[in-house]
Ligand binder design. Structure first.
Ligand SMILES: O=C(O)CCC(=O)C(=O)O
Ligand SMILES: [Fe+2]
Length: 213
C-alpha cells in the first residue's frame, strides 16, 4: 500500500487547504453538553460526539472552502473524460461538528448521495489523523443517484488505476489547521476512512444536494 504525503490528488478530486483553528473554542463549547455515543447509527463511527451546528457562522472557513473549490481545475480521469461530475454549487448544509475520543475510529464509507451534493470538506481543529481512500465496492455506490453515468465497470478500471498509481490506497496525514476536500471521483467513487490516536475535533462542510445531473 502506498504511503503518500501528497494531499492533492487532482485526478481523484482530492484537494487540500489550510485554515487557522480559531473556531476551536466555540466548537468545544458547543460540543460540551453532548454525551459521547458508542456507535453511529450506521456503525461507521465509534466513540465520538457529533452534532449539526446552526449557530457558529464559520464565515472564514467557508470562504476558504469555496476558494479551494473554485480555484481547482478538475483533471479528467484519464480513461474516462466522459465522467462528468457536477461542480460544487457552493451552498452548504449546516456543518457537522465531530469530536473523536481517543478510542474512536471511522470505518470506510461513501457519504450518502441522498443527503448531500458534490463536495465534502473537513477541517481538523485539534488532533490529527490519517485519511485513507480506496475505491468503493460496487455495493457502496448508489449508481442511480450518482452523477456521471457511472457503471460498475468504471469502478473496476478505477481500482486498477489506483493499484498502479497509488498501490491501491491513498493515505494522507492530516494535522490541526489542515483541511481536505473530497469532490468528483473521491467523493462519489471512493470510500474514505479515518484513524488516529488521541482526541480529534473536526468540522465537516457538505454541499446542499443538487439534482441537476
Ligand atoms: O473526520 C473526518 O475527517 C471525516 C468525517 C466523515 O467522513 C464523515 O463525517 O462522514
Ligand atoms: Fe464521510
Amino acid at each position: 500500500m502506498a504511503q503518500t504525503n501528497r494531499l492533492l490528488h487532482s485526478y481523484l478530486g482530492l484537494l487540500r487547504f489550510n485554515h487557522p483553528t480559531t473556531s476551536l473554542p466555540s466548537v468545544l463549547k458547543s460540543l460540551k453538553r453532548l454525551r459521547t455515543r458508542a456507535t453511529h447509527f450506521d456503525g461507521v463511527i465509534e466513540g465520538y460526539k457529533e452534532k449539526i451546528e446552526h449557530n457558529i457562522p464559520f464565515e472564514s472557513e467557508i470562504k476558504t472552502v469555496k476558494d479551494t473549490l473554485t480555484s481547482h481545475e478538475p483533471e479528467e480521469l484519464p480513461p474516462y473524460p466522459s465522467l462528468n461530475f457536477p461542480p460544487s454549487n457552493l451552498t452548504f448544509l449546516p456543518p457537522h461538528l465531530l469530536h473523536y475520543s481517543s478510542n474512536s475510529k471511522l470505518s470506510p464509507h461513501v457519504d450518502s448521495v441522498r443527503f448531500s451534493g458534490p463536495s465534502v470538506s473537513v477541517l481538523t481543529l485539534s488532533g490529527s489523523c490519517t485519511l485513507r481512500l480506496t475505491v468503493a465496492p460496487p455495493e457502496e455506490v448508489d449508481f442511480a443517484l450518482t452523477p456521471g453515468n457511472v457503471t460498475p465497470a468504471h469502478l473496476e478500471t478505477l481500482r486498477e488505476i489506483l493499484r498502479e498509481r497509488e498501490g491501491g490506497a491513498v493515505e494522507v496525514d492530516v494535522q490541526a489547521g489542515e483541511g481536505y476536500v473530497l469532490t468528483g471521483v473521491s467523493r462519489y467513487l471512493m470510500e474514505h476512512a479515518v484513524s488516529g490516536v488521541g482526541e480529534r475535533v473536526a468540522v465537516v462542510f457538505r454541499d446542499e444536494l443538487t439534482n441537476d445531473f
